[in-house]
Design a protein. Structure first.
Length: 105
């Protein structure tokens, strides 16, 4: 089970590591252009595959990956997608934990 103390790590670790991989390594290696943005974004989405029932989530994650890649290219700064990703993960983890806590009450 997810504990409240786990939430900072749920935001920080995936957000930082995924951004370093997809926007810090993959995107520049492919190219800081629309092709690189598209491929790194789609790869990010595929990483989030967790079963055949969740293709909508894979598509959503691909769109988010593309937006994060655009933010990296547009700003020339990896910190922008890192902070956005960590913030998104923190908020979603907090919402998930709050709902889980309500369900148990």
């Amino acid at each position: 089970p997810l504990h409240w103390g786990d939430i900072p790590w749920m935001g920080l670790l995936p957000g930082l590591s995924e951004e370093l991989l997809f926007r810090g390594v993959m995107l520049p290696a492919i190219g800081l252009n629309w092709f690189g943005i598209l491929i790194s974004g789609l790869s990010f989405g595929v990483l989030h595959t967790s079963g055949l029932q969740q293709w909508a989530y894979v598509i959503w994650a691909s769109v988010i990956g593309i937006v994060l890649a655009i933010s990296a290219v547009a700003t020339g700064n990896l910190l922008v997608p890192i902070v956005a990703h960590i913030t998104t993960n923190l908020v979603s983890s907090l919402v998930w934990k709050a709902r889980q806590t309500q369900d148990l009450a």
